[in-house]
Design a protein around this ligand. Structure first.
Ligand SMILES: [Mn+2]
Length: 341
């Protein structure tokens, strides 16, 4: 970690701290933020947590969620907190532009920032930085950070549950981004008392009925396969959003179903939002979908999982994507990947 000693020094006496994570917080965002909150509180700091927007219901069981301040609805309160804290933690995002107006306010406040994150190409905005794109999750890095700060105290079970949740969701239940180190950390979390079955149930087996119906609809009515591009696309219109009463988080993970098909190497989930069209891309093997979204759809992410946006309509966005994939498919980069895959 860059400037770890200085951060350790700063945290050696009780401080006021704000922990932030990204919009549409996922298991890793919520888990890493709350785990760090519990750790810092146990070390006599005053800690606040704020996300730009609300988190899905299946994470509400984690201890501490009731204290999370959603910036969209608590702007003034959080701004006042930013004015008064000694330190802001930036977890699971790599630039203040990723958290919209919350990031603008933090940038203006000149408060020191400590970033812990695993996304590629971190921006230069933090005084203290733990950035490792090879890590499975921010939770994995928060585990490292906590152990580095305090080697002696046994890991608290509520910290363990939060960290395990982020690891579980960011690795698709240990199906990608895994490493020997990650399994060692996970083993330590289980030794601390984390019940892996319980968390699997709480996070993945607690869907409302409408989500399963929406998934069925996406696969049955909204899936397009393009064998020559090894691509699958699912689209949702504004009307679909109304018909299924789709809320934030309800479409999480749907794109991954496309990758279950042997012939699909690139998966796209394209949805019509009130003002923009959103794209979520996934891939198998070496095909870097983050390069596609950063070059053409004002987005970014990881090699195998990235997101972006378009300001043209749903159909023209899909057509643009197909054209880009056709060009990439003809290019040498994709052919070399095909051989490997
Ligand atoms: Mn993450």
């Amino acid at each position: 970690m860059k400037n770890f000693t200085q951060l350790q020094e700063l945290l050696s006496t009780p401080k006021d701290i704000l922990i932030t994570s990204h919009r549409n917080p996922d298991g890793d965002a919520v888990g890493s933020s709350l785990a760090l909150m519990h750790f810092l509180k146990a070390n006599f700091h005053t800690v606040y947590v704020s996300f730009p927007s609300a988190f899905p219901d299946n994470f509400a069981w984690m201890e501490g969620t009731e204290d999370v301040l959603i910036y969209d609805v608590k702007v003034k309160k959080v701004n006042k907190i930013i004015d008064n804290v000694d330190l802001v933690f930036a977890l699971d995002y790599n630039g203040l532009d990723r958290i919209d107006k919350l990031g603008d306010y933090i940038a203006k406040s000149n408060v020191p920032v400590a970033m812990i994150d695993h996304h590629l190409h971190p921006k230069d905005f933090s005084q203290f930085t733990l950035s490792d794109p090879s890590a499975s999750s921010t939770c994995e890095l928060v585990f490292d950070f906590i152990r580095k700060m305090d080697k002696k105290t046994p890991l608290d079970i509520k910290i363990g549950e939060c960290l395990y949740t982020g690891i579980l969701t960011d690795t698709g239940s240990f199906s990608y981004s895994v490493s020997p180190k990650l399994f060692k950390i996970s083993a330590k979390l289980l030794e601390a008392g984390v019940d892996a079955n319980k968390i699997q149930m709480l996070v993945f087996n607690s869907l409302p009925e409408k989500n399963l119906k929406l998934l069925g609809y996406c696969l049955n009515k909204r899936m397009e396969l393009i064998p020559e591009l090894k691509t699958g696309i699912i689209t949702l219109t504004k009307k679909d959003y109304e018909d299924f009463d789709i809320q934030r988080g309800d479409t999480e993970g749907i794109v991954n179903y496309l990758l279950m098909l042997k012939e699909v190497h690139i998966a796209a989930f394209v949805t019509e939002q009130p003002k923009i069209v959103k794209l979520s891309l996934r891939s198998k093997g070496d095909f870097a979908v983050n390069e596609i979204v950063s070059a053409h759809f004002k987005g970014g992410g990881h090699k195998n999982a990235a997101g972006g946006a378009s300001y043209s309509g749903l159909k023209s966005t899909v057509n643009k994507l197909k054209k880009i994939l056709t060009e990439n498919f003809a290019g040498t980069s994709f052919k070399s990947i095909e051989k490997k895959a």
